[in-house]
Design a protein around this ligand. Sequence first.
Ligand SMILES: [Mg+2]
Ligand SMILES: [Zn+2]
Length: 178
Amino acid sequence: MDKYIFLDRDGTIIEDAGHIYKVEDLKFLPGAIDGLRELFWHLRFKLIVVTNQAGIAKKKYDIDDFHKFDEEMRSQLQNAGVLIEKTYHCPHHPDITGECRCRKPGPGMVEQAVKDFGLNPARAIFIGDKDCDIELGQRFEARTILIDNGQYEIKSIPTARVKDLIQAAGIIKSWQNQ
Ligand SMILES: [Mg+2]
Ligand SMILES: [Zn+2]
């Protein structure tokens, strides 16, 4: 059976400068590409990105900007040997567009991935840098890894806490060997 990892984008894969959408501002975090390569290529996980993009609701950028940026990120990753299976995004913000089901930690994006891939979310691994990423995984009783880049106060208790995606890959490898 295929193994899946749900990855946050900003602050997990790429630098989180806040409402990032310009292709020229795309910067991978240290260890991100190598960590993803390990997860995809050696450990054979399928990688799914789930990202809150409230900047769309706030009209800081539009859906085309988002897609352009996503395509660029994925093509740079592909050139490095990493395939992102799919990117899901939530374009909403509760204050502007009202409550939605997809904004993390809401389950909507993962529910859609379950429909699209027939995956079991409880067996997936969730990686992110904020409480909402950890809470999302915990909602599905899955294992969670926090990328602790010191940018946010974290209240949730992830299964593991690491500095970057290389360390995350190391932890996941150790879980596989259990
Ligand atoms: Mg993030
Ligand atoms: Zn939403």
